[in-house]
Ligand binder design. Structure first.
Ligand code: BG6
Length: 452
């Protein structure tokens, strides 16, 4: 697979929300660390100038990171702008002008997915697809059929080996570490096989609402926004085999293989919720049935995980912001079960809930052994430094391959269908109680990053 390093990063959506929140701070980090020296061409509409983009970058970066003027000046040196009307192929010449004389290009589309095919076609019409790769943000389609259709259209202009699908969770060190920590430690690999595991809970709770992105979110909902992609990718790292060697393609193959063993979720194993007040958010339909909370149970037809219930939940306006995995082991005798708790974000680390002889009697007392993975990050700016760097180098392993995207759509395929009314839950809570029944013993384990 030929993956030449790009000689410019062409950034569609540089004035958008994702760029403000994550991409511009990540570009700054890359410049600071000397990992990006290529021009960054921001694709903008007519009312934006280079000065305005630089100002926007300054505001975005200083909102997330301490800004050093010298580093910022180096980033500004790399910035260029091309004024483009996405619907007008002729205007794409502006990108050609800004990249004149440069070799391979990386076009990064941080724009609404409804524009992907138009932009890809117009890049091709301007001859900007020949020595270039196309990097597209999520979501990739809205079900299996539309993902395949999108794939067919995009590959007319950019063949598969030059197409990259972003899932920024794949840029999180701590998610990759799920595989490393589990497979590099005998202690972990011995414990985490089917016969010892009783149940797994994965929680992605966010304590904020969707006020600043109502119209995007209302068309998507929690299942498609974070479960079909981020959380199924997380699940894959938790249950997959580590292939021998470090071949990135072999890792993608192993991930695709394990996802093929995940059963499609049954409608009866799915609970949808919507926080009270969601329908008043700007951009949200007044009678919206979009879920802001999704909980589901699934099973894996793999020898090691057979019969183990995996319960996954994700929601907005919840009681805390945390991404955690709780693995419950089979208890020994009548003792309470040992738990292995992965904190992915914030405060990455793992805690083992163990038992020891109680001081005053014959029983047992709980003891918690807590490790912090201070060197690993679940932070999205750090994740996007990996994603943007890989967009430039072409390294495919932190992107989502098409067969993996297809498996993820298959797994949720039977619960995408016509939505009934979601259960309303109070903001600041853990979501609808109806979802408790999906867990192994009818309750969600308390989380470490959450108020008890
Ligand atoms: C995005 C979703 O992909 O991931 C958001 O669209 C979500 O709704 C975000 O908040 C969470 O990512 P992170 O890295 O900020 O926790």
């Amino acid at each position: 697979m030929s993956t030449p390093r790009a000689e410019a990063l062409v950034l569609f959506g540089i004035t958008g929300d994702l760029a403000r929140k994550s991409l511009l701070p990540a570009l700054y980090r890359l410049v600071e660390q000397g990992r990006l020296t290529e021009p960054v061409v921001g694709v903008v509409r007519g009312d934006w100038t280079l000065d305005k983009v630089r100002q926007r970058a300054r505001e975005a970066i200083s909102a997330r990171l301490p800004l050093d003027e010298k580093t910022f000046a180096s980033l500004c040196e790399l910035l260029r702008v091309a004024v483009v009307d996405y619907d007008d192929a002729g205007t794409f010449a502006g990108i050609a002008e800004q990249t004149d004389g440069l070799g391979h290009l990386a076009h990064y589309l941080a724009i609404p997915p409804s524009l992907f095919t138009t932009v890809a076609a117009n890049l091709a019409a301007a001859g900007l697809n020949e020595r270039a790769r196309l990097v597209v943000e999520k979501p990739f389609g809205h079900d299996l059929a539309s993902a395949r259709e999108l794939q067919d259209t995009l590959t007319r202009f950019f063949p598969e080996e030059r197409l990259r699908r972003v899932d920024h969770f794949l840029g999180k060190d701590v998610i990759e570490d799920l595989l490393t920590f589990r497979t590099a430690n005998t202690l972990m690999s011995a414990a985490l096989t089917g016969p010892h595991v009783r149940g797994v809970q994965i929680t992605m709770a966010e304590d904020f609402d969707v006020a600043d992105r109502g119209s995007f979110y209302d068309a998507v909902g929690a299942l498609q926004d974070v479960v079909q992609n981020h959380l199924l990718q997380t699940l894959a790292f938790l249950i997959m085999d580590r292939p021998a060697g470090d071949d990135p393609v072999a890792i993608l193959d192993a991930k695709a293989e394990v996802l093929r063993t995940v059963r499609a979720v049954l409608p009866a194993d799915y609970v949808r919720g919507q926080y009270a007040g969601y329908r008043d958010v700007a951009g949200v339909k007044p009678d919206s049935t979009t879920e802001t909370y999704a909980a589901l149970r699934l099973y894996v037809d793999d020898e090691r995980w057979s019969g183990v219930p995996f319960t996954i939940r994700a929601g907005k306006s919840m009681a805390a912001k945390t991404l955690e995995i709780v693995i419950e082991l089979q208890p020994a005798g009548g003792s309470p079960a040992n738990l292995i708790r992965f904190r992915l974000d914030p405060n990455p680390g793992v805690t083992f809930d163990l038992l020891a002889k109680s001081a005053g009697g014959d029983g047992t007392d709980p003891v918690a052994a807590t490790l912090d993975f201070a060197c690993l990050s679940g932070d999205d700016v750090r994740a996007y430094t990996h994603i943007l760097e890989d967009a430039v180098t072409g390294d495919p392993h932190r992107f989502s391959r098409m067969d993996i995207v297809e498996e993820c759509w298959r797994i949720v395929g039977d619960i995408l269908g016509p939505p009934g009314a979601p259960v309303v839950y109070r903001p600041g809570t853990w979501g609808p109680e109806e979802a408790d029944r999906l867990t192994r013993d009818g309750r969600w384990s308390p989380l470490e990053n959450a108020p008890r």
